[in-house]
Ligand binder design. Structure first.
Ligand code: FAD
Ligand code: SF4
Length: 511
């Protein structure tokens, strides 16, 4: 009697109930597969991080006394796809049961359902025991409601899980949301403490990736690969966050700086998305630290962080399962332009884009505002097809898995769902970028000018976007102020804005 239990690369949860006892009749099946490594061109650091974390996890299981069958990407007998992997392992071990944890990606969910339908042995699916919510919590909560507001969902989650709620059931500190105090620019003070170093040896994995001929983008310095690939790294990073970054997290959440790619951000997204660490324990440790800080940490810093994990992360997952598979095809504005080539090289004179893309290529990372208000903003203003934008975001970031990538990109950043997820498009001119960063100070373009050769391209594109998407946006109450300002621009300047925007959109790589 043998039971095969599949563990996917983003299901590295040491605390899963499967693992609470050992059983010689259970085989844990794990595989680095071309199917997963090539469905999009991934960043080299993302491939390394997933393979390294999987190898560490398999070794941990073996140390704990579990039976493990593991295929490396270069193993000659690696089936390289999920279907053959499952069929062959069942046959080889004469298994009578196949089990899996419900995947977070629609694509894999359907594939596993199909495989199970075709098997003539019993097949069970389990929860991954990671999230606060189930796949359907959000759709049940918003049933019959027209608008899916994150804030409403977040307040329900705070109450339901009793997080930062006082004895009367009110939010601690008196406010639900400190978003307005999370918008400071960072000018070098307070300093950023250095990040803990993990000293991973990733050369063997890098060689395996090359040997297997996997396509990749981005860069890696083998001596400086520093992502948390096992539980103890993730716990160290969380401790570092609590002690050094949390006191300022909320204040500088939206700030951007040429010299500091990570600022006060936690860098926990990979460990969270691979389930190396759970959102519940992250929140618990953050709140524990806050309670023991003798008043040194303001609630606004803590609430700003909790909102990302308990609010946005669970909200995105709920939207994904509510909206897939149709969400993938949304293109509300019918945008059709290709993504500029410089997204793959960072070679552009626009300093903000140059820095955000270089950071992404060097570290497989950019923080939320860089993704939303620089690269995402430019892709939307240049009316790029959301398929192209999605592919870039899905490949380049260390934390990019579809359930959280597509909702953030197609929904929040590109407004391609027509407002299911966001109440208005996140677009901005150079004014915002200049306010939140030091990018404009060292840019060839003038952030104050709208037209002319030296004018910042974001400015013409911003007004042109509002002008050209007027039919779709004019009735949105949150856009009223922008349209009143657009109306004040005189006709000659509007003609010049349209002309410059056309030139940028026709050849963005010239700018
Ligand atoms: C266009 C775009 C694409 C994105 N793609 C992804 C993606 O593929 N994977 C991903 O995990 N996040 C994505 N995000 C959200 C966010 O940018 C990253 O979660 C964050 O930058 C990760 O860095 P960090 O761990 O230092 O986050 P911190 O700023 O320290 O935040 C803490 C945690 O909160 C969670 N979080 C924060 N913002 C969001 C959000 N908007 N949605 C869901 N969770 C959030 C993450 O788990 C993160 O680790 C995207 C955002 C945008 C605008
Ligand atoms: S001037 Fe424009 S292009 Fe240059 S950094 Fe500022 S916003 Fe970016």
């Amino acid at each position: 009697m043998t039971r095969i239990r599949l563990i996917l690369g983003d299901q590295l949860n040491e605390n899963h109930s499967w693992l609470s006892s050992t059983d010689t009749e259970v085989i844990y099946l794990m595989a680095e597969m071309k199917q997963e490594a090539t469905y999009v061109t991934h960043h080299i650091q993302k491939l390394i991080a997933f393979f390294a974390a999987m190898r560490k996890f398999a070794a941990h299981l073996e140390n704990e006394g579990h039976r493990v069958v593991y295929f490396r990407i270069t193993d000659p007998d690696n089936p390289q796809n999920l279907r053959d992997l499952i069929y062959r392992t069942i046959k080889e071990y004469n298994a009578d049961t196949f089990e899996y944890q419900m995947p977070d990606e629609y694509r894999l969910d359907k594939q596993l359902e199909r495989v199970c339908e075709s098997l003539d042995i019993s097949c069970n699916k389990w929860d991954s025991e990671h999230f606060f919510t189930s796949r359907t919590t959000l759709s049940e909560f918003f049933k019959g409601k027209r608008q899916l507001l994150m804030e409403t969902f977040y307040r329900m989650m705070r109450k339901e899980h009793h997080i930062l709620i006082n004895e009367d059931g009110d939010p601690e500190g008196g406010k639900w949301n400190y978003d307005k105090s999370n918008r400071k620019n960072w000018k070098g003070d307070p300093g950023i403490p250095s990040i803990p170093k993990f000293h991973h040896d990733i050369r063997e994995i890098y060689d395996d990736i090359e040997k297997a001929g996997l396509p990749f983008l981005g860069r890696v310095d083998p001596d400086a690969f520093n992502w948390p690939i096992q539980r103890e790294n993730a716990l160290t990073l969380l401790e570092h966050f609590n002690c050094n970054l949390l006191p300022h997290f909320g204040d500088f959440q939206d700030a951007m700086d040429t010299g500091e790619p990570f600022l006060f951000h936690s860098r926990l997204s990979f460990a969270l998305n691979a389930k190396i660490i759970s959102p519940g324990e992250v929140i618990e440790k953050v709140i524990h630290h806050y309670r023991n800080s003798s008043g040194d940490i303001h609630i606004s810093q803590v609430e700003g962080f909790i909102r990302q994990i308990l609010g946005w992360r669970e909200f995105m997952r709920g939207i994904y399962w509510m909206q897939m598979p149709g969400y993938k095809d949304n293109n509300f504005f019918n945008n059709s332009n290709p993504l500029p080539d410089f997204y793959w090289t960072g070679k552009t004179k626009m300093n903000c884009l140059h820095h955000c893309i270089e950071t992404s290529l060097n570290h497989a990372y950019a923080h939320h505002i860089q993704r939303l208000m620089v690269t995402g903003n430019f892709a939307l203003l240049t009316q790029t097809h959301p398929d192209e934008t999605d592919l870039w975001y899905l490949g380049i970031y260390i934390d990019a898995v579809e359930w959280v990538e597509i909702t953030n990109t197609r929904g929040m950043s590109q407004y391609a769902d027509g407002g299911i997820l966001a109440t208005k498009p996140y677009i901005a001119s150079a004014n915002y970028i200049n306010k939140m960063s030091n990018y404009c100070k060292r840019c060839e373009y003038d952030h104050k000018k709208r037209t002319g050769d030296t004018a910042c391209p974001f400015n013409a594109l911003y007004w042109n976007f509002l002008d050209s998407k007027k039919e779709q946006l004019k009735d949105n109450p949150r856009m009223g102020m922008m349209y009143r300002l657009l109306d004040k621009i005189d006709e000659n300047e509007l003609i010049a804005i349209r002309k410059r925007s056309r030139a940028i959109m026709e050849n963005p790589d010239k700018f």
